[in-house]
Design a protein around this ligand. Structure first.
Ligand SMILES: [Zn+2]
Length: 167
């Protein structure tokens, strides 16, 4: 099993999106790798963490044969369902199957929100929730509906979300 996680805040759950409490474990059971290795943590600006390096590392390991499709294409049915209904299709090809465009799904976690997070469709929902709930955190997950690849792309705080343009 692949395990690169050395981050302080995701230690308890291996590669899964989860905090110490385990309260963020569902439905975004998604691979996050380590946000802290190779300088990958928060280089992008205030209140935002990019997981691109961790994601690319997993993709590299897959293409080198260190990880199998079973290891990396394990999106839960609920995550696939949310991706189908609330996801935003991107122009990015799936790095694993290369047969479909990736879909981005945003989840919000925080006080007053379901322990499993709330899936959000439009950017204005994100901004509205960020204004109403300054302690919320937002996670963007990329999902392939073809092969079930999934990985965390970005985390941002409510303060960062409020700076996003409405769309
Ligand atoms: Zn795919």
């Amino acid at each position: 099993m692949y395990r690169t996680d050395t981050s302080e805040c995701h230690k308890s759950s291996g590669s899964r999106l989860s905090r110490e409490s385990g309260s963020l474990s569902y439905p975004v059971e998604v691979r996050i790798g380590s946000p802290s290795f190779a300088g990958g943590r928060a280089p992008t600006g205030l209140g935002q963490v990019e997981y691109r390096l961790a994601r690319d590392s997993v993709v590299r390991d897959f293409h080198k044969g260190r990880l199998s499709r079973i290891d990396v294409c394990d999106a839960q049915r609920e995550l696939l369902r949310v991706a189908e209904h609330l996801g935003h299709e991107t122009e990015i090809d799936c790095p694993i199957c290369e047969e479909a465009h990736l879909v981005h799904v945003t989840f919000a976690f925080g006080p007053g929100l379901p322990p499993s997070g709330r899936a959000l469709g439009h950017n204005r929902e994100i901004v509205g929730l960020a204004r109403a709930n300054p302690d919320a955190s937002f996670y963007i997950v990329e999902v392939c509906r073809q092969c079930s690849w999934n990985h965390l792309v970005r985390m941002f705080t409510a303060a960062a979300a409020r700076r996003r343009p409405l769309s």
